[in-house]
Design a protein around this ligand. Structure first.
Ligand code: GCB
Length: 589
């Protein structure tokens, strides 16, 4: 499946805007045939956006189950004979789609795209009523996982991850047209041989037609050509894609005389060598943040302006990388990262697979993590599919250098190993070219974790001095160093993928104490002293870029406050300290 695009042979229309919307509070929409006729009692809802906070009613946050979206789409009269499809960039978490009252498709997984073929259903020159049922239910057989509990006040959604379960149509929806004979997929793998760049492409065509490939540089000059569904393009005097230098070529694939597709290509290599993480053969050190897609009112809806501002702040602070904690982000984010040389650790939505962690949901304890009735073989199938869909979408983005197949799962037990070992294979089969890892939690420290052996890179989140011995940074420094020295004996690169402290902007104290701006600054400085003493540490990504929404909890003050920026992207004191450290490192490179 390819993302829709406009070119001489393809057209697309964005279907964003105000759709008709109704929350299915009593869960009767299917029984009562809400998709069969125009949605009664509908209000308006913005697409893309989470619906939760827009509603300004408690039900927006409490609702468990379906929400119905509907819009009328005119199919251009000129599209007769074309293949017509609707492409959803993301619907969180489960979507069923109807066209004029008939089911045309469904998709599970709230952060990856899906396409539905409407040819024959959508009539050129006529209008089609598109209905989408968006189900936000999380169970032990969804990714991420959750559990629905019945209470005297109705159903409640519990989950083990620490961010609010925003729901809705979160990214753009496209109507797309192409020839029925068309390029269906392309995989590009790049290499460097001295000053020569190598681009291997493999195209999949739906139908019978020849493929021609043309690679152009950023000025539009043709640098290599090939024909055939698979081929190798060589670029003399290559301008490689590199961190901080997002140089992109453009690969144009022509399919007979009927279709074409254009794909930006960054030529670079990624490799792990001992404790070094190499991009183009050069050691790379990750500096930056674990992020969230999280905006006041809009929730997890993609917003171009916020995205650009977030990247501007990343540049201001001297970051060179991000992790898409804890789910695949909008592809626009990767496009930007490609174009600006920002390095990305790309994560699936497998978060909260750990009953040992509260994550602000203390109501949902008392389960075993892996068991027949909790996280089981069916969950693993869904998880495998989530990995495949992530790789399928993001494999051609040069900015993506490392896959994270889960955040903080239970990883110290035999059951964990049984569950996860095949998933590392799934990821490596889907993409043999990039390193694979997962993010380790303190409950499985060095020596106890059974999954690190499967990872190319050790990624760890630690909160010594925050959740352990809160406020005591000398003790934290010792604990952190002792554990990291243990991990360093594994002979693999280590990235600290999370470390941070909740901070209320405006709260100060002479002696750094938890929640003050001074403490956050001191906390980060303590960790940095340790990182600078251990060679195998090749990355520091602070938790978290900006404050974000969570479920209510006694440890959360209007959400998680570990942001170096507030939720509206104002800097806390730590931002200036980080800027000093990271800009100095940047200048030294
Ligand atoms: C973690 C999780 C992250 C939480 C963070 C915290 O380890 O990976 O999702 O938000 O800790 O602040 O507790």
């Amino acid at each position: 499946m390819l993302r829709p695009q406009d070119n001489a042979k393809r057209e697309r229309r964005r279907l964003d805007g105000l759709w008709r919307f109704r929350l299915d509070v009593d869960g009767v929409g299917r029984r009562d045939g809400w998709a069969e006729r125009p949605l009664e009692g509908a209000r308006q809802m913005a697409v893309p956006a989470s619906y939760n906070d827009i509603l300004a009613e408690p039900i927006g946050r409490l609702h468990v189950g379906s929400a119905w979206y509907e819009t009328d789409v005119w199919i251009p009269a000129g599209w007769a004979g074309r293949r017509i499809a609707v492409y959803f960039e993301s619907v969180t978490h489960h979507a069923t789609v109807w066209a004029d009252g008939a089911v045309v498709g469904e998709h599970t997984g709230g952060y990856t795209p899906f396409e539905i073929d409407l040819t024959g259903v959508a009539v050129p020159g006529a209008v089609v009523r598109l209905t989408v049922e968006v189900d936000n239910t999380l169970t032990f057989q969804t990714i991420p996982i959750g559990v629905v509990v019945d209470t005297a006040h109705g159903k409640r959604q519990r989950y083990w991850h620490d961010f609010f379960n925003y729901s809705g149509i979160h990214r753009s929806v496209w109507l797309a047209a192409s020839d029925p004979v068309r390029l269906d997929d392309v995989t590009v793998v790049t290499d460097l041989d001295g000053t020569t760049g190598i681009v291997r492409y493999a195209a999949r065509v739906d139908g019978d037609a020849d493929v021609r490939a043309t690679l152009r540089d950023s000025a539009g000059a043709v640098v290599a050509e090939a024909s055939g569904a698979e081929g190798v393009l060589e670029v003399a005097d290559v301008h490689a894609w590199a961190p901080g230098d997002g140089y992109l070529y453009e690969l144009a694939l022509e399919v007979g005389a009927v279709d074409e597709y254009r794909l930006p290509v960054g030529i670079r290599t990624v490799r792990v060598d001992g404790t070094r993480f190499l991009i183009n053969g050069e050691p790379f050190r990750f500096r930056g943040f674990a992020m969230h897609e999280d905006i006041a009112v809009i929730g997890k809806g993609h917003n171009d302006a916020y995205m650009l501002h977030d990247f501007a702040l990343l540049e201001w602070i001297g970051a060179n990388s991000i992790r898409t904690s804890h789910y695949p982000y909008s592809e626009e984010v990767l496009d930007y990262a490609d174009r600006h040389g920002i390095v990305v650790i790309d994560e699936t939505a497998a978060v909260g697979l750990n009953m040992g962690i509260g994550g602000g949901v203390f109501g949902a304890q008392g389960y075993e993590t892996y068991s027949e009735s909790t996280i089981n073989a069916s969950t693993r199938d869904v998880h495998a599919q989530a990995i495949r869909e992530l790789v399928a979408r993001d494999k051609n983005h040069p900015s993506v250098v490392l896959w994270s197949i889960a955040n903080e799962p239970e990883s110290h037990t035999e059951a964990a190993e049984e569950y996860f070992a095949p998933l590392f294979d799934v990821c490596r089969n889907a993409d043999p070219t990039r390193p694979v890892g997962f993010v380790n939690v303190v409950l499985a420290p060095h020596g106890e974790c059974r999954l690190a052996q499967y990872s190319d890179v050790i990624m760890i989140n630690r909160y010594y001095g925050w959740y352990h011995d809160p406020g005591d940074l000398p003790i934290a420094e010792d604990q952190l160093e002792a554990e990291l020295r243990g991990w360093a004996t594994e002979g693999k690169p280590i990235i600290m993928t999370e470390y941070g402290a909740d901070t209320m902007p405006g709260l100060h104290s002479v002696i750094p104490s938890p929640w003050t701006e001074e403490f956050q600054t001191e906390f980060l400085a303590t960790y940095h002293r340790v990182f600078d003493r251990i060679e195998a540490i090749v990355g520091e990504q602070v938790w978290v870029f900006a404050d974000f929404a969570t479920t209510g909890g006694t440890m959360r003050v209007g959400g998680n406050r570990k942001g170096v920026f507030t939720r509206d992207r104002q800097p806390k004191a730590a931002a200036f300290a980080l800027r000093e450290r990271w800009r100095a490192k940047m200048d030294a490179e």
